[in-house]
Structures are given as structure tokens and as C-alpha cells.
Design a protein around this ligand. Structure first.
Ligand code: GLN
Length: 466
């Protein structure tokens, strides 16, 4: 699929379509959709902004590439004056007091926000069933899950309800739903995009990134939202990535893949066969392929969930009904906190808060939390060594195809294990992109830290190669 942003931009400039018509049609489609992708429509804001773009065009003024382009926002980003619920009962009535940096940059570029999108509550999940707004249904087969946690965002892009959406990825939440719905989804290098105004899940791996139908659209959005932000000390300044016009492998000479991911018992036979077929096609282009050793899936998943649960327990401790959230009065203050939190958090979120407080508590933290931190460092070092030997790591996105709606809720452990291929790259804070090619749930293209450009270039090469 070619760039939707360029195509729509031309249609607006050529007056083949007014921005108001464009926005109204997408709002109507969102309103009528039965995939449960919408937490709130931003129709007033969107139509007001669209009218301004139309006035500019009518006046003969030039418009920027993103001006008038409709997009979606996972419902964990602050947009001043809009409901930001994190798909939870606790924040069902919460309205943002300010706007997230990444979203503000898109607004400044003239893009038009249409919708706050359904997701797993606070990003906790891999299926977008952990939500008060109804399970998100897969874009291709509505009996299956939409993936998670940014499921509503991926389905909206796949169904053309939004041109692109801004998801959030802590352990795979952009890449996995992108794979489940056959679209592109990028987790940039940690720190490339500001997290200011993203509701914190696990602050050490939380990343802001785009989901779209083409690499070019991913590039345009990434360039717009990247940059150093004084309100997020982990951000760094980055150069804009230039458009790739010719599909060549560029500087990529060697591609690696993790042998144990492919040899694991957990991988679906078709995903495995398709992945190996993609590797063969790559070899046929003259690129060297190297099988790499990596940590076992169980170690990756346990390390990720130990740290993610610890961080979310800490981050969500502020939600006690005092400053934020739907407060339920008890007999005394302590009772009020307890009732507010136990009534308003989902089972999955409570499981993580309890688990996180356990691994952080005295007597356990040395044995579990510190061990997790140590493993994370070892994983990062392992990646450093790997990227001395290979330029790109290629991997399946998931071991199997999307489950039926209802199945993940019955077996949380199986859901955690389904994140086996995504969480390692999060712990390494690497740039990694899902492309809708190679296996039924796509492939992940990963490069060394800060080399987001190489990821996009190589993905462009793969478009015609596999
Ligand atoms: N599925 C993973 C989890 O539940 C990742 C979620 C995410 O990236 N927000 O933690």
C-alpha cells in the first residue's frame, strides 16, 4: 500500500475532496463500526479543525503534508478537555488537563484527531479484551481478538477509519496488534519520542509510536512526533529521516535471527515455516543470514513482567480517588482507598498491582526485582554484542495467530507467553517495526538503538523481496 498521507494531501490540494467531507465520512464510519474501537469520538474538535483547513485551501494558502489528515489516539494520551479513560472504570469520567507532547506536535502540524481508541486498560493486556468498552474485534476476522493493548488503534487503521493512529508500546502493544491486523506498527527507540502526557504503565519501556498502512506514513508521523522534550528527561534529539525512494538494502550486509525463537515448541508450525521461507528469500538476494543465540522465552517474559508489574504498581498508586478517578466513599480514608481501587480496577490490573507490590516488597525485592534488573542489563549487553555481528534482527511478531475472543481471559499465563517475541526488544529499548509480510502476523524488523532509520529503510527493501 502506498502512502495514504501523500494521496489525501493531493486530493485536498487539488480540491477533489474537502477536509470536512473527509473528516465527516471517517467519523460516520467510526460511529457505525461494530469492532468496538471507539471510546470517545472527538467530532466537534475534528469538524472545527477541518473547517479551518478548508478555509485555508479556499484562500489559496499552502497546507502542510499532515494538515487535514485524520488520525486516532489510543485512549491513554492526554488531549486537553477530552475524556482520557485508559479504558477503565476508575477514569471513566476523567478529562485531560493538558495535551501530550506527541499529540501536540501532530496538532501543530495540522493533523485532525478523530477518536480516543479502545485498548487494554492501562495497557495491561495482549488482546484488547481488558476494557470496559467491549472487546475489540479483529479487522480481518471479527471472531478473533484485535490484539493488544493498542487493539482499537490497529483495527481503525486496518479498516481505514483513521489514516494513522498513535499507539503505545511497553512490551509489544503497537507491534502485536499491527501484526494481528496486517498493518505497520513502529516502536521507536526508547526516548526518541516524548512520553509526556502518556499515562505511565512501565516507564522504563513505555514508547509512543505510529500505526499506519505504509512505511512512508510511519516515517512522516515519526519525524513529526520525535525530538527532545524538557518535560521527559529520557528523550534525545534525533535527525529527521529522509524519504526512501529506491528499495535497496543499503548498508545491510548481515541479518540475524534468534534460533531458539524458531525452534521453540510454542511456535505455530505455519508461522515457523513461513518465517524460514522468508529467510530463504532474503538469502537469495545475497544478504548473509546468521542464526543467533538468545535468552529463552520464559526468561524474557518473566523478566519483562517482573519489571512491568513493579513499575505499574508504583505508577498506579496515585490513582486512589483523591486527585483522580471515580472515588467511592468508605467508612474511613483507608477504606475509601481500598474500595475505590478494588471496585474500579479490572481483574488483570489488580493482578499486576498485587504482583508488582509483591516483587518490590522487603524480603522479595533482592530475590526478584533486582534479579529482573540484572537480567535486563544482560539482555541489553547481548543485543550490543549481536549488533556488532549483524545489522538487522528479523523475528516473527508472535508465536501464533490471534486467539478467539474470550480465550485469553481464561488463561492469563498463556497470554503473557504470547508476548515472547516482542518483550525482549522492549527491554533492550530498540527500534522495531512490524511489517505485514512474511508470516500471518507479520515480521519484526529491529536495529540497534537510535537506528530507526535503518529499520525503515530495510523494511522498504523487504517490501519487494519477501
Ligand atoms: N502485552 C504486554 C503487557 O500486557 C504488553 C502491553 C503493552 O505494550 N502495553 O504488558
Amino acid at each position: 500500500m502506498e502512502s495514504q498521507i501523500h494521496k489525501i494531501h493531493q486530493q485536498l490540494v487539488n480540491k477533489e475532496l474537502s477536509c470536512t467531507q473527509l473528516v465527516q465520512a471517517r467519523l460516520d464510519a467510526l460511529k457505525q463500526n461494530t469492532h468496538h474501537t471507539v471510546n470517545a469520538l472527538l467530532d466537534d474538535m475534528a469538524l472545527t479543525l477541518a473547517a479551518k483547513v478548508d478555509a485555508k485551501i479556499a484562500n489559496g494558502e499552502t497546507i502542510g503534508l499532515l494538515e487535514g489528515i485524520p488520525f486516532g489516539i489510543k485512549d491513554v494520551y492526554m488531549v486537553q478537555g477530552t475524556y482520557t479513560t485508559a479504558s477503565s472504570d476508575l477514569l471513566k469520567q476523567y478529562k485531560s488537563a493538558y495535551t501530550a507532547t506527541a499529540i501536540q506536535k501532530l496538532l501543530d502540524a495540522g493533523a485532525i484527531p478523530l477518536v480516543k481508541e479502545n485498548c487494554d486498560s492501562f495497557g495491561h493486556g495482549s488482546s484488547s479484551e481488558n476494557t470496559i468498552f467491549g472487546a475489540v474485534k479483529n479487522a480481518i476476522n471479527p471472531d478473533l481478538v484485535g490484539g493488544g493493548s493498542s487493539g482499537g488503534s490497529a483495527v481503525n487503521v486496518a479498516k481505514d477509519y483513521t489514516v494513522f493512529s498513535i499507539g503505545g508500546d511497553t512490551g509489544g502493544s503497537i507491534r502485536q496488534p499491527a501484526g494481528y491486523n496486517n498493518v505497520y506498527g513502529l516502536k521507536p527507540t526508547y526516548g526518541r519520542v516524548s512520553r509526556f502526557g502518556l499515562m505511565a504503565y512501565a516507564s522504563s519501556t513505555d514508547c509512543v509510536g505510529p500505526i499506519a498502512k505504509s512505511i512512508e506514513d510511519i516515517r512522516i508521523v515519526l519525524n513529526t512526533i520525535s525530538g527532545k522534550d524538557e518535560r521527559d528527561q529520557t528523550t534525545y534529539a534525533s535527525e529527521a529521516i529522509a524519504e526512501t525512494t529506491t528499495p535497496d538494502a543499503g548498508t545491510v550486509k548481515t541479518v540475524g535471527y534468534f534460533k531458539n525463537f524458531i525452534e521453540s515448541d510454542a511456535i505455530d508450525a505455519t508461522v515457523k515455516a513461513d518465517f524460514l521461507a522468508a529467510i530463504e528469500k532474503l538469502k537469495a538476494t545475497g544478504i548473509a543470514v546468521k542464526a543467533l543465540d538468545f535468552f529463552e522465552s520464559n526468561t524474557l517474559v518473566s523478566t519483562y513482567y517482573t519489571l512491568a508489574m513493579a513499575e505499574t504498581a508504583s505508577n498506579l498508586s496515585r490513582l486512589d480517588g483523591t486527585n483522580y478517578g471515580n472515588r467511592i466513599e468508605g467508612e474511613n480514608l483507608k477504606d475509601t482507598y481500598a474500595i475505590t481501587r478494588s471496585e474500579n480496577f479490572s481483574e488483570e490490573t489488580k493482578r499486576r498491582i498485587v504482583g508488582g507490590n509483591q516483587v518490590l516488597s522487603q524480603g522479595f525485592s533482592d530475590e526478584i526485582y533486582r534479579k529482573g534488573l540484572n537480567l535486563r542489563d544482560q539482555i541489553a549487553k547481548n543485543f550490543e554484542r549481536d549488533f556488532n555481528a549483524v545489522d538487522i534482527i528479523l523475528s516473527p511478531v508472535t508465536p501464533s495467530t490471534p486467539p478467539k475472543i474470550g480465550d485469553s481471559l481464561k488463561d492469563p499465563l498463556a497470554m503473557y507467553l504470547s508476548d515472547a517475541y516482542t518483550v525482549g526488544f522492549s527491554l533492550g529499548q530498540l527500534p522495531t517495526l512490524t511489517i505485514p509480510q512474511g508470516t500471518a502476523t507479520g515480521l519484526q524488523v529491529t536495529a540497534a538503538k537510535t537506528n530507526d532509520e535503518l529499520v525503515l529503510k530495510f523494511a522498504n527493501f523487504l517490501k519487494d523481496t519477501i
